[in-house]
Each structure stands twice: as C-alpha cells, then as structure tokens.
Write a protein that binds this ligand. Structure first.
Ligand code: MRU
Length: 327
C-alpha cells in the first residue's frame, strides 16, 4: 500500500510504502493518512494488507483478526475508520480478490458521494443567499487529501467556485497540527481559489464582523440526533455562526453518520500527546512544568448545526430535522 505522507505537506511530496499492519497503524496515529473518509478507505485496504501479511508470516486466523482490529482502533473518533474495516471484513472468507474489489468500490463510492453532497450543499447555499458569490470560512482540512477524491467541506467550496459563486475563503490554520494552513491552503492554492489563512483565534471575530457569509466544515462522526464531532475548534466556529445568524454547514458522506451513536455525548474524543501543543518544530516554548491539553476533536450540538449535507440528502438539525430522517 502506498500513501501520500500528509505530515510533510506542503513542503515535501513524499509517499510511504506500507507493507505491514503496524506501519499502517503508525501512519494513521501520526496523521500521515488522515481525514475521516480517507481513514475509511485506508481501513478497507488495511484488511487486504492484513491478509497479505498473515499469508507471508503464517499467522493464525486469530492473529490476523487481531491485526485487523488494531487498524480499526488506530484512532477512535472518526467512525469511517471502523466502518471501512467492517464493510470489507465479512469478505475475508471469500478471499483477497473479493476484499480488494470491495475496498476499491468503497473508495469510488466515496468520491461520488462527495460530489453529490457538494452539489446539494451548494444549491442550498445559493438558494438561501440569492445566487451571488459567497465568502466562506472553513476549519481543518476536508478536501481531496482527507477523502478518496473531491472533498467534503472543500468539495462544497470547489463546487461553488466551479459555478463562479465563491469570492473568498478564510482558512483557520487549525492548531496544533495545522491542517488548515498546510493542507487546505495547499489545496485552495492548487485550485486557484482566493483565500487567506488566519489564526484559529480570529475565527469568531471574522464571523461576528460579517466578513463571511457562512462556515463549512467536515465531520468525523455525526450522531443520530445531529450532534457533530469534528476537529477541535469547530464548536467555537458554530457558536459564532449561531450568534451572528450565519449558517454552519457540515458536509459529510453518509459513512460518517453513526446511527448507533445516539448523541454527541457518546462520541469518544481522541486525546493526543500534549507535546503537540507545547512543542513547535522540536522546540518547547511553554515552561517545562506546563502540560499540553490536546483534545483533537469537539462536539457541536445539533442546535448549532444549520445543515448536514450528505449524498442521501440534506437535514437541518437546528430546524429540527435529524439524520435519522434519511435512514
Ligand atoms: O485529525 P484529523 O486531521 O484527521 O481531523 C480531520 C477532521 O477533523 C476533518 O474535518 C474530518 O475528518 C472530515 S474530512 C473530510
């Protein structure tokens, strides 16, 4: 398996050759591969990797299954990872070709879903704003890099740009791992979309001052009631939108909706090493005694979510509709 190493973008374009499950788990845990839909696809291909490694090393079925479990559990918040693994796992008995074909299908379906949900969200926005160029804010990276193609939140922005209805994008840098300034800005620059990168602390003010018309983000897990887990900082964006009467749009494929999770309170929030917060470029800038607190995600309650756009259709949680309505 070969993956683009997102840790070193945009400075370097390097690929990781992954031949063992432990390497894939490491790549996921360190965010070489990241973004909920991309994790789903990596999980599905990870099952093929486990079958190959099992055959090479003469593993028992139990050892192979434990390796598959390890991939599934490499990160806890994005439901897509477990979803991707469990979608293809039942085919293990049918053989490698069947699992590989299912993983490929899953990746193709993800790109198609992203295109459809982007179209639906763009229609919703333009109907609301009267078909004029819009100014947007986005947080983290929900683009091509985070999916198998096209993107979710960034897919909506690309769709608006394709219709000549996108004026400017404010990109939150997304501390501590800078998915906004490293990855989203990189994708927007490649697309030729006008944008500026701002510190996360500027987001509320950008929204409340009316410098944007709406905010759009992806999601790592959407609970049955419409609560949304996404990159930490999303909740602040949502609250500022709520106060200002601006829409917060969540763009995600149906694979991110977890109907078995009733509300956001039931979503496990990954807590990452504190050093990611207090060490920058290898240099610690907080006092030695100061610990970093590093929850990677937060949960935005459904009442602050104006729209969830999926390929199955749209729901407006703040107006009372729920993902369960599309089930
Ligand atoms: O920690 P990350 O970079 O994997 O977090 C990614 C996000 O929070 C994205 O917004 C989400 O996965 C949606 S990607 C289409």
């Amino acid at each position: 398996m070969v993956v683009l190493d997102q840790r070193v973008l945009p400075g370097a374009t390097e690929h990781l050759k992954i031949g063992e499950c432990a390497q894939l788990v490491e790549a996921i845990a360190t965010l070489a591969v990241r973004g909920a839909p991309a994790l789903g696809v990596a999980g599905a291909f990870g099952v093929v990797l486990a079958m190959d490694e099992a055959a090479r090393k003469g593993w028992t079925e139990a050892e192979r299954d434990a390796a598959i479990d390890g991939i599934r559990d490499a990160r806890p918040t994005a439901v897509n990872l477990a979803w991707g693994v469990e979608r293809v796992r039942p085919l293990v008995a049918a053989g490698r070709d069947a699992v590989l074909a299912a993983a490929r299908e899953l990746a193709e379906a993800d790109t198609a879903a992203n295109r459809e949900l982007s179209r639906l969200a763009a229609d919703w926005l333009l109907e609301r704003f009267g078909d004029r160029p819009l100014r947007a804010l986005t947080h983290c990276n929900a683009g091509v890099l985070a999916t198998s193609g096209w993107g979710t939140a960034l897919g909506v922005l690309r769709e608006l740009a394709a219709r000549d209805r996108l004026e400017h994008v404010h990109v939150d840098e997304t501390r501590p791992l800078l998915q906004g300034s490293r990855l989203t800005a990189y994708e927007l620059a490649q697309e030729g979309i006008a944008h500026s990168v701002q510190v996360d602390g500027a987001a509320a003010s950008t929204i409340v001052r009316g410098l944007v018309d709406f905010a759009v983000v992806g999601a790592d897990r959407i609970a049955a009631n419409g609560d949304v887990a996404n990159k930490v900082g999303t909740l602040g964006v949502a609250l500022a939108c709520h106060v200002s009467g601006l829409p917060l749009v969540v763009a995600a494929p149906w694979s991110t909706v977890d109907l078995e999770t009733a509300t956001g309170e039931d979503i496990e929030i990954e807590e990452r090493p504190g050093d990611e917060v207090v060490v920058i470029g290898g240099e610690r800038f907080a006092p030695e005694v100061s610990q970093g607190f590093n929850p990677a995600f937060d949960v935005t309650p459904a009442r602050f979510v104006s729209l969830i756009a999926t390929e199955r259709g749209l729901v407006e949680p703040s107006a009372g509709t729920r993902p369960t309505d599309l089930a």
